[in-house]
Design a binder for this molecule. Sequence first.
Ligand SMILES: O=C(O)CCC(=O)C(=O)O
Ligand SMILES: [Fe+2]
Length: 323
Amino acid sequence: MSTVLQLSIIDLSLPEKLSTSRLIRRVLFFFFFLYPTQTAYLNHGFFYLTNHGVPEELMKRVFEESKNLFSLPLDEKIVMVRRGFRGYSPLYDEKGDPKELFTFGSSEGVLGQHYPNKWPSEDLLPLWRPTMERYYKSVVDVGKKLLGLVALALDLEENFFERLGAFNDQAAVVRLLRYSGELSSSEDEEEKTCGASAHSDFGILTLLATDGVPGLQVCRDKDKEPNVWEDVPGIKGAFVVNIGDLMERWTNGLFRSTMHRVLSVGKERYSVAVFLDPDPNCVVECLESCCSETSPPRFPPVRTSDYFHERFSQSLISYSGSA
Ligand SMILES: O=C(O)CCC(=O)C(=O)O
Ligand SMILES: [Fe+2]
């Protein structure tokens, strides 16, 4: 039996930005005290975000349209199959997991041109594209506000990540997921139970909405053997937010990108993850405020596009790098 991980709640509607950012700092800072108690206190980079302003009605529609898309016959879905990462990924495409995905991003700007979205035909799903585009914009607005608070939490200016060229409102990615719920007959315990295998997210922040079916689990300490997995239940209407790998690199590990997975609970499950990713040209290197002589940068600078290319090549079968 796994335990439930109690996540902190960040209320995005509170008017006092500084006190919210201080709370974010407390929630995200990764402390490791070896003295005087010899105990380690691991923060995990996950929290709930409430009162975020994305209308409940819109979230409901997104789940309905997601269900409509995954319910299409396979030949209607296969015409939208991804070549790079945008489009449809059939069951088992990602690390052999029993889940289907559909990924899209902004249609605007260089990224929209370079990675064209694949939309289901209007004849089949007339409300699909407008619903998804509205959701994209709404959640990216939330992400931008939240990233401003994260910057304040790091003693930076609120618009720091925009000025750095890291935040680009066309670089986010929406991923619709459907877990079939099937329990594999594999002998391997990890494979047997997993809807989504253990991973960390690549980017800045992830905002996740689920249909309430349980399954998400977090492993706070990936070096501890055997791994201890704790359940993260959904809260209706709230996002589960987590820090991605590139934010961990910016903060030199002060904010952590934590390993998580989704267990198959024998029941179909839908979720929608919005990945707030940096601009592909942004070089991510340790923030000055996060390193010192005694705590030098732990990660070399890396261009976002190179980092993503490498990570996608590891996780997707037949990743070609183009849309
Ligand atoms: O479906 C979920 O609850 C989590 C999905 C996830 O972690 C991901 O897509 O990166
Ligand atoms: Fe994830």
